[in-house]
Design a binder for this molecule. Structure first.
Ligand SMILES: O=C(O)CCC(=O)C(=O)O
Length: 315
């Protein structure tokens, strides 16, 4: 890590590790409103349009699309018809642009709000979120693969996470349309709790009988996004995506968080609790052109150790 980046980390870390100062300079317009928080708990998802500005997304786009480490470290995931997605996945974010997004106040503050209170009947205290992993999901034109209906907690349950106090945050890098295989959700399906998952090709999908029943009870919504629009997705919300048969790519950055109080009891291929620094929102623009570099602290996941789909298949 260069001295410049190292000093930036120190500047951006507001408060001692694990005791983040919730009062620092988050722009209020980035915080979810009470109405949005209530809607998230009712529907199991929320799209915050323009959470990242077009200026930030221009920076993001030019950095990530030229990042040879992100694409070079990606793995392909086949769907049942041999179409594929490319996934580049890291457990700990580095000191780079993607780390600035994963640590950004506008994501962490909202994630901690959504993971606190309301459900689970455990504690009214504000939860501390930690970074569980981030991934760049690449669906190239014409060949991009489908994702079966699943819940993220369908997998994560097998990792020793006792409670569904987990969330995925998807930042759209390209425009997401039905034609290029945008994400689809079954609104309100998180209320069913976790359902069992079985293996289909290289992916674990939710029990098909239950998915079919769910489709007749919950409305299906396509998550249509412009670059910078950001989806907050409850870990028990059923979601899927179709193949990308269009001429346009569909890329997204998906940052996943667990809560400190839900520290997994099984060591596995994603991290147990480790404190996550919270950076000011302004960090994103300061990391213009800074993709992943050797020694910047990015810890890629070891794919050999990822047995979650197979374990889900055993359910
Ligand atoms: O982005 C997609 O098409 C599917 C991603 C997804 O469902 C996931 O990562 O859990």
């Amino acid at each position: 890590m260069t001295a410049q980046l190292e000093s930036y980390t120190l500047e951006c870390t507001d408060g001692p590790v694990g005791k983040r100062d919730k009062t620092s300079s988050t722009l209020p317009h980035n915080l979810l409103t009470e109405e949005e928080i209530t809607r998230y708990h009712k529907t199991g998802y929320l799209v915050k349009n323009g959470l990242f500005t077009s200026e930030e997304m221009d920076v993001f786009f030019s950095t990530i699309k030229n990042d040879v480490i992100v694409t070079g470290r990606s793995h392909t995931r086949l769907d049942s018809e041999g179409f594929y997605s490319k996934l580049s996945l890291w457990n700990h974010p580095g000191i780079n642009l993607y780390g600035a997004v994963a640590r950004s106040a506008r994501i962490i503050d909202n994630v901690e709000t959504l993971l606190s209170g309301y459900s689970h009947g455990l504690s009214a205290e504000r939860e501390e979120a930690y970074h569980y992993h981030s991934k760049v999901m690449i669906k190239e034109p014409k060949v991009g693969g489908a994702w079966e209906w699943h819940q993220d907690y369908g997998y994560w349950y097998n990792n020793g996470c006792l409670f569904p106090k987990m969330i995925s945050v998807m930042v759209a890098i390209d425009t997401h349309t039905e034609e290029n295989g945008c994400l689809q959700v079954l609104e309100g399906s998180h209320n069913m709790g976790r359902i069992s998952h079985t293996l289909t090709g290289e992916q674990a999908g939710a029990d098909m009988n239950r998915v079919e029943q769910s489709k007749s009870r919950f409305k299906k919504y396509p998550i249509l996004c412009n670059p910078g629009d950001t989806l907050f997705l409850h870990c028990n919300t059923l979601h899927a995506s179709a193949q990308n048969k269009s001429n346009y790519p569909r890329w997204s950055l998906i940052c996943c968080y667990n809560t400190k109080s839900n520290n997994p009891y099984i060591p596995h291929h994603h991290p147990c609790y480790s404190p996550l620094d919270r950076w000011d929102d302004s960090a994103v623009l300061k990391f213009k052109g800074v993709g992943i570099t050797e020694g910047d602290g990015t810890h890629f996941m070891d794919h050999e150790k990822d047995l979650s789909a197979k374990k889900s298949g055993l359910q």
